[in-house]
Design a protein around this ligand. Structure first.
Ligand SMILES: [Zn+2]
Length: 147
């Protein structure tokens, strides 16, 4: 009895499992839209936040891992949070100064600016985390270990 012929080896071995294709409806705009509604970017299920500052470990709808547990996974979310908070501040301050010029109430502007810069990153934090998750799914589609 002879051994069956061996299949030829693939030209290269992928280092990771191949990505799972997203459903056709999950286009980048839809992923971002779901994230802006604080829903799971992959399936649209609400309730992925444990509280305002913490995500659940997995999506209650599709069991997608929301926190990969790798250090630095959400550093990009922090950067996006900082950039958006600063943009809101700059645009708001500019509009206020233009509207009030030349009689700008500088003392009030100073107090409002300090309060706004303390509150804006906290208000935006969950949105930037879910948008970061959506960006992660867009640029690095789901793999079998993500569920
Ligand atoms: Zn989900």
């Amino acid at each position: 009895m002879t051994a069956p012929p061996r299949e030829p080896a693939p030209p290269f071995a992928p280092p990771f499992a191949p990505p799972i294709a997203l459903p056709p409806a999950a286009r980048p705009a839809q992923l971002i839209g779901r994230a802006l509604l604080l829903r799971c970017p992959a399936c649209g299920t609400p309730g992925i936040l444990r509280n305002w500052l913490t995500l659940r470990a997995r999506c209650p709808g599709c069991a997608l891992k929301l926190d990969h547990g790798t250090p630095g996974h959400f550093v990009g979310a922090y950067l996006v949070n900082l950039i958006i908070a600063e943009l809101f501040f700059a645009v708001g301050l500019g509009a206020w100064l233009l509207a009030a010029w030349p009689d700008v109430p500088w003392d009030l502007v100073e107090r409002v600016a300090v309060v706004a810069m303390l509150i804006a990153p906290l208000v935006l934090y969950p949105f930037t985390r879910t948008v970061w998750l959506a960006a992660d799914l867009i640029f690095d589609p789901q793999r079998p270990g993500d569920r």
